[in-house]
Design a protein around this ligand. Structure first.
Ligand code: HPA
Ligand code: MG
Length: 219
């Protein structure tokens, strides 16, 4: 079973002043949790593992937007490098879905999946996700995917949160297993902010107030 790089509950990350952070976010972040370079290095190895398992046939890489876009782009760059430099190579095509959820974090949460899934019929699909918390979103997406009868589906998630009461969904490939802390950066957002930050960072509590969905709070 996939585990990913385990980041312990007591891990506090790194002093943000030792890294380059966009000026507009400096006061909002507590610590750097996973530096950009470490994300890229781990992604390089995920690309190798994925190609070892799936690299005999055309792959459709399916990006789960918006949070998955950075990981998707970097993972595909590493897969392309393997295709360029290895003994074998396979075509990769790309597709995108967006999952909108309403009434977040309630048991009655409804999801709507925006994207064309019928083109995945008969294909080897690699779903690329940024973070899995309870696994409910991914289970809903997988169930819709299966209705379109792909030949094979594998899921890679950059992050998985260790949540002890979670239903226990685990993807096929995991970048990092992290404690249940709210993280932003590398396309993970808080109310659409912080996607434009390279490192995965821990947000200050008071930044949540500042970036509440009422944009007029911002200068
Ligand atoms: N950050 C951003 N998005 C998320 C998180 C998180 O920690 N957990 C679930 N979605
Ligand atoms: Mg996501």
């Amino acid at each position: 079973m996939a585990h990913g790089l385990q980041i312990k509950d007591e891990e506090s990350g790194y002093n943000k002043n030792l890294f380059c952070i966009p000026k507009h976010y400096e006061e909002d972040l507590e610590r750097v949790f996973i530096p950009h370079g470490v994300i890229l290095d781990r992604t390089e190895r995920l690309a190798r593992d994925i190609m070892q398992d799936m690299g005999n046939h055309h792959i459709v890489a399916l990006c789960v937007l918006k949070g998955g876009y950075k990981f998707f782009a970097d993972l595909l760059d590493h897969i392309k490098a393997l295709n360029q430099n290895g003994d074998k190579s396979v075509p990769i095509t790309v597709d995108f879905v967006r999952i909108k959820s309403y009434c977040k974090d309630t048991p009655t949460e409804k999801m709507s999946i925006v994207g064309e899934l019928s083109t995945l019929n008969g294909k080897n699909v690699l779903v690329v996700e940024d973070i899995i918390k309870t696994g409910r979103t991914m289970k809903a997406l997988l169930s819709e995917l299966k209705d379109n009868e792909p030949k094979m589906v594998k899921v890679v998630s950059l992050l998985i949160k260790r949540i002890y009461r979670s239903p226990g969904y685990r993807p096929d490939y995991i970048g990092f297993e992290i404690p249940d802390k709210f993280v932003v950066g590398y396309a993970l957002d808080y109310n659409e902010y912080f996607r434009d930050l390279n490192h995965i960072c821990i947000l200050k509590e008071r930044a949540k107030e500042k970036y509440k969905s009422n944009v007029r709070l911002l200068e």
